[in-house]
Structures are given as C-alpha cells and as structure tokens.
Design a protein around this ligand. Structure first.
Ligand code: 3EB
Length: 330
C-alpha cells in the first residue's frame, strides 16, 4: 500500500466490544432486544430458556433477585445448536457454550477433553476466529488430593482436548467450582474474527509457567486480553497469587487487597489507568457464603459504583477465599 494513502475500504472493520451489563430483567424480553448475543442466569432459581443464546450458570448469586448478565452487539444476531453445543454470532463476534454431565463422559479429565475438542471443532469450522475469553465452571473443584484434585484433572483434560486450538496463544480465562450436586462441566467462550492482545501481570508468574507443585499440566490461560478495538480489557480470574504462590492464607481482607493490587498491575500492563467505573462490570467468586457481606463492603469502599456480581464459587486453590474477574472499558 502507498504510504500515507489511507483508504477506508482497506482499513480493517472495527469490531466494537460487546456491551456487558447486569440487569434485573425478564429473560424473554432481554432475548428479544436487538443485538442480544448472550444472556446468563445464575443459580437454580434463574430462568430456564431453550434459546441457544441463554446459559443457566451453575453458581448461586448472593443478590436476591439475581440479575441477568447480558451481552449485546450492534448487529443482527444468528444462533443455533450443534450437538451438545449452543452458539450465537453477530457483528464479528461469536459466543459458544457447552454443558456436559461428567457421569455420562467418565470424570473430569475426559469431560474437559471432550468439551474442548467440541468447542475447537465448532470454532475451527466457522473460519478465522480468535478465542479471546473462556469461562469454566466445574463441580467439587477442590476434591481429591495432590495430582488427583479435580481441578488438576480438569487442567489435564483441557490441555488434551485443546490440541492446537490456542496455537496463537492462550485466551483469558476463569475456572471456578460450582456446588451443583450433579457434576456438570460448563464451558463458554467469546471469540472474534479479529485477534486481541494478550496481557500478563508482572507481579505474577504466567500461569502456563507454574512449577510442578501446582499439577502435571499448568493452567492454560492469559491473565487478560485486550479486545480487537483496543478499548476493552477482558480480565481473567484474578486472586491473591504473587509470583506463583498464594498469599495471605485464611485472611479474606488481605486477599482482597492483594487481588485489587493484581488487577491494578494488570491495567497498568495493558496501558490503562488504574481505575474501574460504572461501565466495567466485575464478578467476585466467594468461597464461603459467610464472607459475602465483607466482600460486598470491600467493593462499596474501594470500587464504589462498579457493577459487581457476587457469586458463590470455589477458587481452584483451596487456600484462596476470593477471586475477581470482569471487564475494563476504556
Ligand atoms: C491463578 O491465578 C488463579 O485454570 O483457567 C485463574 C484464572 C485461575 C483461570 C484457569 C485459573 C484459571 O492461578 C486460578
């Protein structure tokens, strides 16, 4: 191309980030709104819907009534199912989700392998797609000792199933334990026809370089991902991990402070200012229900006005009491 000649027809299409919000709303009405790419309910009491864009997440919410999470794009959305998988697409964005019952697939390793194989097969068939963000929810995540811990079995299966899915680099991710009696593995993702930029945290060893003590297969995720238009950061599950070690065992307040320090370090390493605002929804996964009021108070004091969903979930290291993930919109 001739230098200085900027033909708008040759410039790549901008892919504005989906808008993500929490809302007390009627599920059917939210699904009817223009541009709804995905809708999430939280916990057993949340709505049921067969719409492929809807997922009932197996984590209970500490808010009553529990809000819905809505992803919206400025484009027409199509959707469908493909075997055990359901999906939607619009404006260059792709949502895909799978929900598998472990009892039908032979435990956490085999189920994670199958989930990632299915997602890989589906996303690959849709052509150039970049997986930017993945969420993983599995039952009884801390059950089992040492390498037999269910989270570590999940990491083994995830790595086996992904093959070259993430050859360009790992997506940002979250992996949290749910309390559903049925051991279901829920995995959902956000992909785009343009790539993002991976962000690591200088305070933390990259997860894929964790030493052997954390399991045979290091967790495969990036700490965060800048979305293609460069204005939004998708933030992975972030906890009180410094270097590769868990900090402040049994101290909720200190873990919250350390986690916020990690989030701020992540923003700095993405060249963003160290603040969150009313457009930057977060989630806090809280291990012990009794800690929820203190976590809520921490957000009220330290991140006032930031939308936060408090969910009852287990962090993948049993000494960690809280984990935060979410979005930072510039
Ligand atoms: C950590 O920092 C906490 O296995 O996909 C955070 C985010 C964590 C994602 C995953 C695990 C995962 O290591 C654990």
């Amino acid at each position: 191309m001739i230098q200085g000649c900027e033909d708008p027809l040759l410039a790549p299409l901008k892919r504005p980030a989906p808008r993500i919000s929490y809302r007390i709303a009627d599920a059917a009405a939210a699904l009817k709104e223009a541009g709804t790419l995905a809708l999430f309910g939280f916990g057993a009491g949340s709505p049921n819907s067969d719409d492929p864009r809807y997922l009932q997440v197996a984590l209970e919410c500490f808010d009553a009534p529990a809000p819905l999470e809505i992803w919206q794009v400025d484009a027409a959305v199509s959707c469908g199912t493909d075997g055990a998988l359901h999906w939607s697409a619009g404006g260059g964005w792709l949502f895909a989700a799978i929900d598998l019952d472990e009892s039908a697939h032979g435990g956490p390793t085999a189920t994670a392998q199958l989930a990632y194989e299915q997602l890989h097969r589906f996303v690959a068939a849709r052509g150039a797609q970049h997986v930017l963000r993945v969420w993983n929810y599995l039952g009884a995540i801390n059950h089992g000792a040492g390498d037999a811990e269910r989270y570590k079995q999940f990491c083994d299966g995830r790595a086996r199933g992904m093959g070259d899915f993430f050859a360009e680099g790992f997506p940002a991710a979250t992996a949290i334990g749910h309390h559903d009696a049925q051991h279901r593995l829920q995995v959902y993702l956000l992909a785009c026809d343009q790539g993002g930029t991976r962000v690591e945290n200088p305070r933390q060893v990259s997860a894929w370089r964790y030493p052997r003590q954390y399991g045979r297969t290091p967790p495969s995720f990036a700490r965060a991902m800048t979305l293609p238009a460069q204005d939004v950061l998708a933030i992975s599950g972030t906890a009180a991990v410094v270097g590769h070690a868990s900090a402040h065992q049994d101290d909720l307040d200190a873990q919250l402070e350390e986690t916020l320090t990690n989030l701020e370090a992540l923003l700095a390493s993405a060249d963003m200012t160290a603040d969150f605002d009313t457009h930057s929804p977060l989630k806090a996964y809280v291990r012990h229900a009794a800690d929820a009021p203190r976590v809520r108070e921490f957000f009220r004091q330290r991140l006032p006005g930031v939308p936060v969903l408090l969910l009852h979930g287990d962090i993948c290291r049993s000494e960690l009491l809280v984990e935060i993930d979410g979005w930072r919109y510039a």
